[in-house]
Write a protein that binds this ligand. Structure first.
Ligand code: FEO
Length: 168
């Protein structure tokens, strides 16, 4: 594997782990606010991000190269509201989509075609992740501060099933 592509994948592993850590902090905040459904949703999302990191981790190892684990910064842990948490989640997904696009471009330019194939899954996944986060943000915007609607939305978020495994 070309060193430039390997370095870029290692950076993306770090980004996915950072996203996992950020979602975990968001989950803790929501749990403290007693939005336990949102907390569950975010905890599962944290697990999904960890699986994304592991998918790339396993890919690097399958190509007989070394994974370099970089430091993960402490995530933001305080928020103005649960609605703000999901706005930040959406912004985070949009940033990850940009990173995946850049990684794809690097792999393509460097003719690293097995990496290009591996990244197809991530391109599709990002479309789904942005869409989901955007819908939740829209729902928070629609209901505003109405307590009954917030409780309903929290219940809906809490009904999320366990994190899907990579490849599903
Ligand atoms: Fe792994 Fe939500 O991007």
């Amino acid at each position: 594997m070309n060193p430039l592509v390997l370095e870029a994948i290692n950076r993306q592993i770090n980004s996915e782990l950072s996203a996992s850590y950020a979602y975990l902090a968001m989950s803790a905040y929501c749990e403290c606010q007693k939005f336990t459904g949102a907390a569950r949703w975010l905890r599962l999302q944290s697990q999904e991000e960890n699986m994304h990191a592991m998918k790339l981790f396993d890919f690097v190892l399958a190509r007989d190269r070394s994974v370099e684990l970089l430091a993960v910064d402490g995530p933001k842990s305080d928020f103005a509201s649960v609605a703000e948490v999901f706005q930040r989640a959406l912004a985070q997904e949009q940033e990850v989509s940009r990173q995946i696009d850049a990684l794809y471009e690097t792999a393509f330019t460097e003719k690293a075609f097995s990496t290009v194939a591996e990244l197809q899954w991530f391109l599709t996944e990002q479309v789904e992740e942005e869409k989901t986060a955007r819908e939740i943000v829209a729902k928070f915007r629609m209901i505003g501060d109405d307590p009954a609607s917030l409780l309903d939305l929290d219940r809906e978020l809490g009904a999320r099933s366990a994190a899907k495994t990579v490849g599903q």
